[in-house]
Design a protein around this ligand. Structure first.
Ligand SMILES: Cc1ncc(COP(=O)(O)O)c(C=O)c1O
Length: 395
């Protein structure tokens, strides 16, 4: 048995050791981190709803009316009204017959995938899918065909090889570490042709893409055509938890077969009520979604102008490529010293050799502070020799 101290030492040697940093106060565009004020550029509180007064108020009121906890799994101690209401609202918002809440996105993905695919079947998963999808594939006991990132030809080949064993294609809608968008029309076409289900994870797409922030599936004009649309409540919607939208029959099946739904306590009522109010705010304030897109475009352009490589990002997730894990963390520290907090992302979150500083933008940031942040990231990267010279902006 390897000693834990040895394992920790090895992580430190490889530049892969992680530690927690203390934030004082709620998640907002600016926070106090380990006692110092910083511009926060790594929170998924994309629309500023986590710290919105109405969302906080809804959680507080629900705590008084419904209590702090749900008591048990909903199959055991009953389905509470806020949960049922939120499911109805989410199904309507996403254009599906039904929705089912889960404790988190991790639980939704592992639960739904493992319930839908099984022994003797094949699941098709993009190589850059989130860890919760990867773990769902592992738990399913199905064979997993990992297709090259966004590579429709590779996927089509895998589907032909699998024949009738093809069970489920699963993809992030917006890739969580790269900020690019999955080729959903092509994926939907392939799923249809091979009579295989399609599941899209909209963790980073809900509130960010599509009409009124309805997500990447809606943005691709595929509302109602994707079998399962998973989304989270802890990112743009500001609280915690997740949901899967699908047909009535499929959600009824998940109630019976998704183990994290059956065997885990339901989300707490204050969290559910916060999500309901966040959804109201999203529907009544579409300019938040537009503001997020505008801020994301500002940051992408400003980082690129500094000679930094932001890859295929087309969203509020903007990675700056570094490569080496230790160098990434050094850049993270140097940028932090200058008052900007963006998290360094290393293996196993991303493939070996592709470590990066990952920026996430909020609608509540100001354009000027994003531009200033990009400049100081550029300066820090140049000090380390990992950025080209700034690109002059055309007059
Ligand atoms: C694409 C994607 N799916 C699922 C999850 C998991 O969601 P949660 O944080 O609610 O467990 C995340 C979270 O980071 C994610 O980025």
């Amino acid at each position: 048995m390897t000693d834990v101290a040895e394992r920790l030492e090895e992580l430190r040697d490889r530049g892969l050791h992680r530690r927690l940093r203390l934030v004082s106060g709620p998640q907002g565009p600016r926070v106090t981190l380990d006692g110092r004020p910083v511009l926060l550029l790594c929170s998924n509180n994309y629309l500023g709803l986590a710290d919105h007064p109405r969302v906080r108020g809804a959680a507080a009121e629900a705590a008084m009316r419904w209590g702090a906890g749900a008591g048990a799994s909903r199959l055991i101690s009953g389905n509470m009204q806020p949960h049922r209401r939120l499911e109805e609202r989410l199904a309507e918002f996403k254009g599906h017959e039904a929705a089912l809440l889960f404790g988190s996105g991790y639980l939704a993905n592992t639960g739904a995938i493992a319930a839908l695919a099984g022994d003797g079947e094949v699941v098709f998963s993009d190589e850059l899918n989130h860890a919760s999808i990867i773990d769902g594939c592992r738990l399913s006991r199905a064979e997993t065909f990992v297709y090259r990132h966004g590579d429709i030809e590779h996927l089509a080949w895998g589907l032909r090889e699998a024949g009738e064993r093809a069970s489920l294609i699963v993809t992030d809608g917006v890739f969580s570490m790269d900020g690019d968008i999955a080729p959903l029309p092509e994926l939907a076409e392939l799923a249809k042709r091979h009579e295989c289900r399609l599941m899209v994870d909209e963790a980073h797409a809900t509130g960010a893409l599509g009409p009124g922030g309805r997500g990447s599936v809606a943005a691709a004009g595929l509302t109602g055509e994707v079998d399962l649309v998973m989304g989270t409540l802890g990112k743009a919607l500001g609280s915690y938890g997740a949901y899967v939208c699908a047909s009535r029959e499929l959600t009824e099946y998940l109630v019976n077969a998704a183990r994290p739904f059956v065997f885990s306590t339901a989300p707490p009522p204050p969290v559910v009520a916060a999500s309901l109010t966040a959804l109201d705010l999203l529907e009544s304030h579409p300019h938040l979604v537009e503001g997020l897109a505008a801020n994301a475009a500002t940051l992408r352009a400003a980082l690129a102008a500094e000679g930094l490589t932001v890859g295929g990002s087309a969203t509020q997730i903007v990675p700056v490529a570094v490569g080496d894990a230790s160098q990434t963390m050094e850049l993270c520290e140097r940028v932090l010293e200058r008052g900007v907090f963006a998290q360094g992302i290393r293996p196993p979150t991303v493939p070996e050799g592709s470590s990066r500083l990952r920026f996430t933008v909020m609608a509540t940031h100001r354009a000027g502070e994003l531009e200033r942040a990009a400049k100081l990231v550029g300066a820090a990267a140049r000090e380390m020799g990992i950025a080209a010279a700034p690109v002059p902006i055309a007059a």
